[in-house]
Design a protein around this ligand. Structure first.
Ligand SMILES: [Fe+2]
Ligand SMILES: [Fe+2]
Length: 177
């Protein structure tokens, strides 16, 4: 008798699979872009280093333009992240809590992590708004982005591992709930 095939993914409703894919599609660029921003600031930190890779990272700009572009990109990134967390706070978490009361403590943690991100975003915005080619301004921005990246990556990991098993049990999307 052939061995039983065990699916690695637990069974999912159609709505659940869609919700998992949709949240991953939002989280993917959040994860990827903060790595690029961090790398660009790392390169810029080394004033005597080779900056030739930097323009390639943001479409062939000059180094002088790059600082300006980096400020805009960091600001834009912070806006997207803030909007994503606001949607989760006001729409997704309430639906999940109402549907699965046993998620209360995990969702409390997710809310608290979003609140921490608000502070980290404030520092990132301020540090990158003041970014010039002066080494201390570059270093402040590099540290701010690095701290935000660490916190955010851990948060996204926890959010996905906590919510996805519950998404997979749902018959309708939280957007409609
Ligand atoms: Fe979140
Ligand atoms: Fe999220």
């Amino acid at each position: 008798m052939p061995p039983e095939v065990v699916s690695e993914e637990p069974e999912s409703t159609l709505a659940g699979s869609r919700m998992v894919e949709e949240l991953l599609a939002v989280h993917r660029p959040l994860r990827a872009d903060i790595v690029v921003l961090g790398c660009a600031l790392e390169i810029l930190t080394d004033a005597t280093g080779d900056h030739s890779a930097v323009p390639e990272m943001i479409n062939g700009l000059t180094i002088a333009d790059f600082v300006w572009q980096l400020r805009l990109n960091c600001d834009y990134y912070c806006n997207v992240l803030t909007a994503h967390h606001s949607l989760e706070d006001h729409r997704m978490f309430p639906v999940m809590l109402r549907t699965f009361p046993e998620l209360a403590s995990a969702i409390e943690r997710l809310y608290a992590e979003h609140a921490d991100v608000v502070d980290l975003i404030r520092e990132t915005r301020s540090a990158t708004a003041n970014l010039t080619t002066e080494p201390d301004t570059v270093d402040r921005a590099r540290v701010a982005v690095s701290v935000l990246a660490d916190h955010l990556t851990a948060h996204l990991d926890f959010e996905e591992s906590t919510l996805f098993p519950y998404f997979r049990r749902m018959d309708s999307d939280w957007h409609y709930g």
